[in-house]
Ligand binder design. Structure first.
Ligand SMILES: [Fe+2]
Ligand SMILES: [Fe+2]
Length: 237
C-alpha cells in the first residue's frame, strides 16, 4: 500500500474503525450473486476517466489532497466557529468515498480508461454503500460517502462531517480539473501537439515553467519534461 495512504489511515483514532477501513482499502471488492469482483490495484486507479485526476495513481492523489482540504475545514469549524467535528468520520469518509471507483474502470491498451462491465452497471457510490452496509460500518460514515456528491448525488449532506467531505471533494476535484486543463492548453500551445495523458505533478511543473520563464522558458523545457515522462511511463508499464 502507498505509505502516504497508510499514514492517513493511521490518523483514525478509533482502533476498530481504523482496522475496518484498512481492511476495505487492502481488499477493495464486491460480492454479487456469488461472483467476487476486484478491479484495478488502488495505486493504478484514476479518480475519473476524463475529468479530475484522470491518470494512473490519480485516485490516491485525490484522497490525499482531499484529506488535507477537509482537515483545514475541520480546523476552521472548531477554532473559528466553535463547532465540533468527528474527525474519524471525516477521515474514514474521505478515504472510502471514491475507493470503489477502482472496481468500475479498466485500463485500455493506449493507457486511457473505460468502464469495466461492473462499472457499466453500477456506480462507485452504489457499490460503496452496499459493501459498507454489508460490512457493518456506522450509518454516519456511510452517509458521508453517499452524500459526497452533494446536491447532485443520491443524498445531500445532512451532517457537518458529510458537508465538510463534500466541500473538500468538490474543491480538490475542481482545482485538479482546472490545473490539468490549463497544462494541456499550455502544452498544446507550446509544442503544437496535444498531451492528454498528463498527471498532476507534470501539470503543476508545466504551470510553473510558464509562470517563471514565459512561453520561451516553457518551449525550452517542455520537451525535456515530456521525454522524462515517456521514459517513466515505459519503465512502469
Ligand atoms: Fe465520487
Ligand atoms: Fe471524490
Amino acid at each position: 500500500m502507498d505509505p502516504r495512504l497508510r499514514r492517513v489511515i493511521n490518523r483514525i483514532k478509533n482502533k476498530s474503525l481504523r482496522d475496518r477501513v484498512l481492511e476495505v482499502v487492502k481488499e477493495i471488492s464486491a460480492s454479487i450473486e456469488g461472483k467476487f469482483y476486484t478491479g484495478l490495484p488502488l495505486e493504478e486507479a484514476p479518480a475519473s476517466r476524463f475529468h479530475h485526476h484522470s491518470y494512473a495513481g490519480g485516485l490516491v492523489d485525490h484522497i490525499l489532497s482531499t484529506v488535507n482540504v477537509a482537515m483545514a475545514l475541520c480546523d476552521s469549524v472548531e477554532k473559528v466557529y466553535g463547532g465540533r467535528v468527528n474527525r474519524d468520520i471525516v477521515l474514514s469518509g474521505i478515504i472510502l468515498h471514491d475507493i470503489f471507483k477502482s472496481l468500475t474502470y479498466e485500463r485500455k491498451e493506449d493507457g486511457t480508461y473505460r468502464n469495466s462491465p461492473l462499472g457499466e452497471r453500477l456506480d462507485h457510490l452504489t457499490l460503496a454503500a452496499s459493501e459498507l452496509i454489508r460490512r457493518g460500518f456506522p450509518l454516519d460514515l456511510i452517509h458521508v460517502v453517499v452524500a459526497s456528491h452533494g446536491q447532485s448525488g443520491p443524498t445531500s449532506p445532512k451532517t457537518i462531517e458529510s458537508l465538510i467531505c463534500h466541500i473538500a471533494d468538490e474543491a480538490d476535484s475542481k482545482m485538479n480539473w482546472e490545473v490539468l486543463n490549463a497544462a494541456r492548453y499550455l502544452a498544446r500551445e507550446a509544442t503544437g501537439e496535444s498531451w492528454d495523458k498528463i498527471d498532476s505533478k507534470t501539470a503543476f511543473k508545466i504551470l510553473m515553467l510558464k509562470a517563471e520563464g514565459g512561453w520561451e522558458g516553457l518551449r525550452e523545457n517542455i520537451a525535456k519534461l515530456r521525454v522524462n515522462r515517456h521514459s517513466e511511463d515505459k519503465s512502469t508499464s
